[in-house]
Design a binder for this molecule. Structure first.
Ligand code: HEC
Length: 177
C-alpha cells in the first residue's frame, strides 16, 4: 500500500487520483478560454457586420425575385386590364427605313433568292408599274415566292409593311404615283 493519499487500489490496480486533478484543471482552463474566445468573437462580429434587418431596398429586391413570372386571367375584364402593359412593351415604333435596314435588306440588299436589289431602280419601277403599290404591299403581307409573309417578321403591322415598301421604292429613287 502507498502512503500517498491520492493513490488508491481498485481491483488490485493502483490508481493515482492526482492525474485526474491535473486533467480537470487543464480541461477547465481550456474550456474557459474557449468560452471567453467565443464571446469575444461574437462581439467583434456584431460590431463589424452590417445590420441584417430588412431595409426598403432589400424588401424591394426580394419581392422582385419572388414575383410571379406570369399571370392567369379568368375573365375578359381581367385580361383587358392587364393587356395595356403587355402591349406597351411590345409596341414596335420602327420607321419604314429602319424596318428595311433590319428586316428586308437581309435579302433585298444583295438580291438573295432572286429578290430585287434595293438599288435596282428599273426593277422596282417595273414591279410598281405592273402591280401597283397596294398589290406590292399585299405580296409582302402574304409572302410571295421565296419571300416569307411580312418578310419573315410576323410582328410587323400592315401599316409598317406599307411604310417599308414605300421606303424601298423611295430608296431606289422610284416615284410612287
Ligand atoms: C427571305 C428573303 C426576303 C426578305 C427578308 C424580304 N424579301 Fe421581299 N422579296 C424576296 C423575294 C425572293 C422576292 C421576289 C418574289 C417573287 O417575285 O417570287 C421579293 C419581292 C418583294 C417585293 C415585290 C413583290 C411583288 O409583288 O412583286 C416587294 C415589294 C418586297 N419584296 C418587299 C419586301 C419588304 C418590304 C421586306 C421587309 C419587310 C422584304 N421584302 C423582305 C425576298 C425577301
Amino acid at each position: 500500500m502507498s502512503e500517498n493519499k491520492s493513490e488508491e487500489v481498485v481491483n488490485g490496480v493502483v490508481v493515482d487520483h492526482s492525474h485526474d486533478r491535473v486533467f480537470y484543471v487543464t480541461f477547465g482552463a481550456v474550456l474557459g478560454f474557449l468560452i471567453a474566445l467565443t464571446i469575444v468573437i461574437s462581439i467583434i462580429a456584431g460590431a463589424i457586420s452590417p445590420d441584417p434587418g430588412m431595409t426598403d431596398l432589400r424588401r424591394g429586391q426580394v419581392s422582385e425575385r419572388i414575383a410571379p413570372v406570369g399571370g392567369v386571367y379568368t375573365s375578359a375584364e381581367a385580361l383587358a386590364a392587364a393587356a395595356p402593359a403587355a402591349a406597351a412593351t411590345e409596341a414596335d415604333t420602327r420607321s419604314g427605313s429602319e424596318i428595311v435596314a433590319q428586316v428586308c435588306s437581309g435579302c433585298h440588299a444583295a438580291g438573295v433568292l432572286g429578290s430585287i436589289k434595293l438599288d435596282d431602280t428599273a426593277g422596282w419601277s417595273a414591279r410598281l408599274a405592273e402591280a401597283g403599290l397596294d398589290a406590292l404591299v399585299q405580296s409582302v403581307i402574304n409572302g410571295k415566292g421565296a419571300m416569307p409573309p411580312r418578310g419573315g417578321a410576323p410582328g410587323l403591322s400592315d401599316a409598317q409593311v406599307r411604310e417599308s415598301v414605300l421606303a424601298i421604292l423611295e430608296g431606289a429613287g422610284v416615284d410612287v404615283p
